[in-house]
Design a binder for this molecule. Structure first.
Ligand code: PRP
Length: 211
């Protein structure tokens, strides 16, 4: 019997898109569908096992070898600084990491109060600009911070821009473009090379054709 290839998928919209891609590549699991509460699923041919995990935890599972491969946003990879191989840009979940706030917020003198879920990325961005900051780590609804005066600016993901617009905030600086990446554990890349390459090739074929 062939050993399974274990793949960590991010729970939520991105993970569902990836599950659809895997299905198109003939690597899907009938059980992988919205609404299923099972955390571990087998592909129809039994060659793959999928785990649903919190998006920010995918690099941890892959780096430590609990999963052979996984799908994570570039934002999560940079913030975590994961020691994994990045095999493929899946072209899904495209968005931008931005500094945002009320117009003119960056002109404030002194240390800038920055609310974010991404303290490492934010710190590196402002350090490269020589700007002193005070990081306020939040876990969600980041846009509320400047509205309530908790922070001067935020560093966060902008996808459609609707959340900023509806709250009268705007993009003040772009930090980096973000998209979903196929990542691989370093040992699995050596010892399960053929399987990993087949997975990457199947997904690459679909993402190139489908975009
Ligand atoms: C993300 C992000 C922004 C929003 C951007 O939040 O943190 O708030 O989406 O998308 P938009 O540009 O299309 O409006 P998410 O929905 O993940 O929830 P969160 O507030 O819990 O982070």
């Amino acid at each position: 019997m062939t050993e399974t290839l274990d793949i960590a998928l991010p729970k939520g919209r991105l993970g569902e898109k990836v599950a659809r891609l895997l299905g198109e590549a003939g690597m899907g699991a009938a059980e992988v569908r919205e609404g299923s509460r099972a955390l571990v699923l087998e592909s129809d041919d039994g060659s793959l096992r999928f785990f649903w995990v919190k998006p920010a935890d995918v690099p941890i599972y892959v780096e430590r070898g609990a999963a052979d491969a996984g799908v994570a946003g570039k934002d999560v990879l940079l913030e975590h600084g994961a020691d994994v191989y990045e095999l493929l840009d899946l072209g899904l979940g495209r968005c931008r990491m931005c500094v945002a706030g009320f117009p003119g917020a960056l002109e404030r003198p002194g240390a800038l109060r920055v609310a974010t879920k991404y303290p490492d990325i934010a710190t590196r961005h402002f350090r490269s600009r020589g700007r002193a900051i005070d990081i306020i780590k939040l876990n969600g609804s980041i846009e509320l911070a400047p509205i309530l005066g908790l922070a001067d600016v935020i560093v966060d993901i902008v996808e459609t821009g609707a959340t900023l617009r509806e709250n009268k905030l705007e993009v003040l600086e772009e930090v980096l473009p973000v998209s979903a990446r196929l990542i691989c554990n370093k040992a699995a890349f050596r010892f399960k090379h053929g399987r990993v390459e087949a997975l990457a090739a199947a997904l690459a074929g679909i993402t190139e054709g489908g975009k």
